[in-house]
Design a protein around this ligand. Structure first.
Ligand code: PXG
Length: 287
């Protein structure tokens, strides 16, 4: 495997960053998780745009232009002959001193890893997931804004551990007001009649790329799409529920906090959106 670090390619064993990198010392940095399908990188420009937005929010000036980053991602896939897989693009604050001050960091580090990912077992896509709400809430907008895809994922990791301790794979995270925000690495949707709903960004959801694609697919299919504030009650009483994310793609949810959702099987709207999503990933993306 060839890994891109600051314009050079390294083997897996020699791809290393400094112990003084503030990405490691403080989680000071931003990242993207991107997928390639059929030799094309899916929604690459959208991911690069979100990376720039995350970087801007943490006052990190990216050392490469949008076009150069796009080219680096595509080149890293090509070097690894990766036609279907997962790309992790990381930008850290770079090497600095012991001490928080980011001004002591000389230059941000850009890392690109092109590999494979399997977030959930295939049987879970067939049967649907069982998920739970956990105690750890999404960050406040006034703390680390939850829209920033930063290297500081400990909040979500804690929520994931709580889900695992409850014997399930994914957690619903509420915001500080008790409204549904999203899951630890996925956005959440419910279906009620011909309405498809997902929490708004103001509720603490990440501006998910897959979320946006699925909203568009649902609209094209004549469904009503909205972003209301949702409570657990709304989830429990939905006809269908599913999660979206670059890693997970689109996965049905059939049980939440012990309540069976709809018929307890992946619903018709969800299955249709899954098919449409797969059809789209096969036909689009950067060459
Ligand atoms: N919410 C959070 C908190 C995320 O981290 C999503 C929603 C879905 O967003 P996208 O843009 O991917 O539709 C994410 C994305 C991993 C992994 O390594 C995590 C994500 C994506 C890909 C891989 O587990 N998180």
């Amino acid at each position: 495997m060839k890994i891109f670090i600051d314009g050079k390619y390294f083997d897996e064993k020699t791809a290393k960053i400094s112990v003084f990198d503030h990405g490691l010392l403080y989680g000071d940095g931003v990242f993207e998780g991107i997928r390639a399908y059929n030799g094309r990188v899916f929604k690459l420009r959208e991911h690069i745009d979100r990376l720039f937005c995350s970087a801007k929010a943490i006052l990190l000036t990216l050392p490469m232009s949008r076009e150069a980053l796009i080219k680096a991602v595509i080149d890293t896939c090509a070097k690894n002959k990766l036609r279907d897989g997962y790309i992790r693009l990381v930008v850290t604050r770079g090497v600095g001193t012991l001490g928080l001050n980011p001004n002591k960091c000389k230059a941000p580090a850009v890392i690109i890893i092109a590999d494979k990912i399997q977030v959930y077992p295939p049987s879970m896509y067939q049967r649907g997931m069982d998920i739970v709400t956990v105690a750890t809430t999404r960050n406040l907008h006034s703390a680390i804004n939850p829209a920033i895809k930063s290297l500081n994922y400990l909040n979500n990791i804690l929520a994931k551990i709580e889900a695992n301790n409850a014997g399930v794979e994914e957690a619903i995270m509420l915001n500080a007001e008790g409204f549904v925000a999203e899951c630890t690495a996925d956005n959440i949707f419910i279906v009620k009649g011909n309405q498809v709903m997902t929490p708004p960004l103001s509720a603490g959801a990440l501006y998910g790329i897959t979320r946006g694609v699925v909203m568009e697919l649902a609209r094209e299919n004549g469904l009503q799409v909205s972003e209301p504030t949702l409570t657990r009650y709304d989830l429990f009483n939905a006809d269908e529920c599913f999660l979206t994310g670059t890693g997970a793609e689109l996965i049905p949810v059939v049980k939440i906090d012990g309540r069976t959702i709809g018929t307890g099987k992946p619903g018709a709207v969800t299955k249709d959106l899954v098919n449409r999503y797969h059809a789209l990933t096969k036909q689009s993306g950067e060459p």
